[in-house]
Design a protein around this ligand. Sequence first.
Ligand SMILES: [Zn+2]
Length: 434
Amino acid sequence: MPALPPPTLVIRNIGELLTMNGERTIPSATGSVGIISEAALVARGERIIWLGPMAQLDEIAFESSETPPQIIDAGGKVVTPGLIDAHTHLVFAGDRAGEFQQRHAGASYEEIQARGGGIASTMRATRAASYGELVALARERLRSMRAHGTTTVEAKTGYGLDRESEERLLTVAVHFAAETDLPQVVPTFLGAHVVPPEFRADRAAYVRAVRDEWLPAFAGRAAFCDVFCERSAFSLDETRSILSTARRLGYHLKLHAEQLSRSGGAALAAELGATSADHLDCAGDADLDHLAAAGVVGVLLPGCSLTLNTPYPDARRLIAHGVRVALATDFNPGTCYCENLQMMVALGIAHMGLTLPEALLAVTRHAAAALALADRGTLAPGLRCDLALWDIPRHDAIGYHFGVNLVTGVVIGGRPHPPAPPVSSWEPCAPSSR
Ligand SMILES: [Zn+2]
């Protein structure tokens, strides 16, 4: 084997390395979790160049370099791919803590809306916030997500709901591409979240604005276009009209589908070749068959069920129909104010019928598929070096020990956070003809 290029990062002494790509597998109904015990992983720049049993590391020849690599001793603990949160409403201002407490003290959503609460209150606070304020708020949330092991975050607009405000939210999401110590942000345009108050008398005009003016203007900046397809938001025909235009403009597609009622959104997602259909609480058997046949990922959001005290989506049913399942936080100020994907894994296992391997796939490999990202979610040479470093010796503590943070650090694009202490004990092997 020819010598590998000089490494920039070496992680030694990994108790269990979960590659999520099927080596040394634990079978699960939706794929397999590759596990290498007593492992090591080597990266150069943002890419993995080698991983395998620790015992083989010393046999690998690396070209020498003036600069020694950073070295992390994983202490015999678990390392997984960095977690991927495939559905968040990251960028907004204000909070709705009072509304949450009122609701659980017996107030109805209608009463809360009558007092000026609900999505309209977030819209008002978001419109009033400056670009700098929104960046600062989103940065704090991304830091919290990173602290819990998340290295890629999808971020939707949808609390601006006018041209200028939606563009500001999108620009905030795009801004984080330049901040390489934070999770990578995948921007989604969700102008069709709800019809804003000023368009209630002429919703067709709002759909035209989103479809004919904003979508073309934002093309190339947002990776995805999403629509909230629901009785209280956008009809099936409105959704089709917006997403068909988005597809022509080169957006990948997502839908909020079948959350509160059966809207036909899942079948539409399959028809249009959407990357994911999200929520799916009320999806029928035929809907799931359509999703499976079209390869659409089902993104389930158990934090909403926890917050709203409503039934959890049945992940087993999706899997039985052959739909790949991802789990996401749906981080938002109304129905899930939680940055922690580990919590969604715990809920997925305890309340949605997922096995641990399935729940882990749902926040790694399948979550990457829900964002059309082929370079992450599993670990192999050539893929991004995005990792979560866990403070547990065996991965079966995940979901079992819940409500606390089991992650001690992450690696994003080959860069550790928190930064690894300098170590100078690395002695690269001389190139050889092995
Ligand atoms: Zn959502």
